[in-house]
Design a binder for this molecule. Structure first.
Ligand code: FES
Ligand code: FES
Length: 203
C-alpha cells in the first residue's frame, strides 16, 4: 500500500478513492512519430509491430489490406518516400521521418486519383481486396518507368527509356496478386493512365 507525506496530503497530491491511477509506463513501448498522408501521428508502439498493423490497428487506415502477411501477395503495398513497399515486411519504427502514403492519401471519393478512376472505368477489380495494393504499386511502377528503371525482362539494361510492353507491365506488377483474376482490367487501367502521362504532365 502506498504511503504519502504530510506535505503531499496537504497539497492534495493524493489520489482520491475511485480516481483513476496513472498506469506504469510500459517498458515494451517506444515513442514513434509517423507521417502518413500528410498527417503526423505520435504513437507508442512495440518495436516489433509492422507498418501494416500500425496503419490498420492503430491509425484506423484499413484501406491497406492484409493478405498473406508474409510478402507474397502485395495487398499491403503502400508508398514510402514515393517508393512501393510491402508494409507487412517492415517495422513501423523504421519509418520515422519518412513520407508514407496509403490508398486513403492518394485520392478522395469526389477527387479520385487517375488510377483509381481508371480501375473503375476498366473494371480493374472484382472483390476489391487487392485493389488498394494494386493502385499504390502502379503509382510507383509508373514513376519507375518514367525514371527509366530496368526490370527483370528489360532487354537493354543500359537503356534510359522503358518501352512499357505488356510483358514489362506484367513483370513490374507481378508482386501484386489478384485472386479474382481481374488482370485484364488492371492492365487496361494502368495502360490508360500511362498513355495519359505520355501525353501530358506526370500525375
Ligand atoms: S500482406 Fe503483405 S505481401 Fe501479402
Ligand atoms: S479483385 Fe479480388 S483479389 Fe483482386
Amino acid at each position: 500500500m502506498s504511503s504519502y507525506s504530510i506535505e503531499q496530503i496537504l497539497r492534495g497530491d493524493v489520489p482520491r478513492v475511485g480516481q483513476p491511477q496513472p498506469l506504469a509506463a510500459d517498458p515494451h513501448l517506444m515513442p514513434v512519430s509517423l507521417r502518413v498522408n500528410n498527417h503526423v501521428y505520435m504513437l507508442q508502439l512495440e518495436p516489433r509491430v509492422s507498418l501494416l498493423d500500425t496503419l490498420r490497428e492503430f491509425l484506423g487506415l484499413t484501406g491497406t489490406k492484409k493478405g498473406c502477411n508474409q510478402g507474397a501477395c502485395g495487398a499491403c503495398t503502400v508508398l514510402v518516400n514515393g517508393e512501393r513497399i510491402k508494409s507487412c515486411l517492415t517495422l513501423a519504427v523504421m519509418h520515422e521521418g519518412h513520407d508514407i502514403t496509403t490508398i486513403e492519401g492518394l485520392g478522395q471519393p469526389n477527387q479520385l486519383h487517375p488510377l483509381q478512376a481508371a480501375f473503375i472505368e476498366h473494371d480493374g477489380f472484382q472483390c476489391g481486396y487487392c485493389t488498394p495494393g494494386q493502385i499504390c504499386s502502379a503509382v510507383a511502377m509508373l514513376r519507375e518507368v518514367e525514371q527509366g528503371d530496368a526490370s527483370f525482362v528489360s532487354e537493354d539494361l543500359t537503356a534510359t527509356e522503358v518501352n512499357l510492353t505488356d510483358e514489362e507491365m506484367r513483370e513490374r506488377m507481378s508482386g501484386n496478386i489478384c485472386r479474382c483474376g481481374a488482370y485484364v482490367g488492371i492492365m487496361n487501367a494502368i495502360r490508360e493512365v500511362y498513355e495519359q502521362q505520355q501525353k501530358g504532365p506526370r500525375i
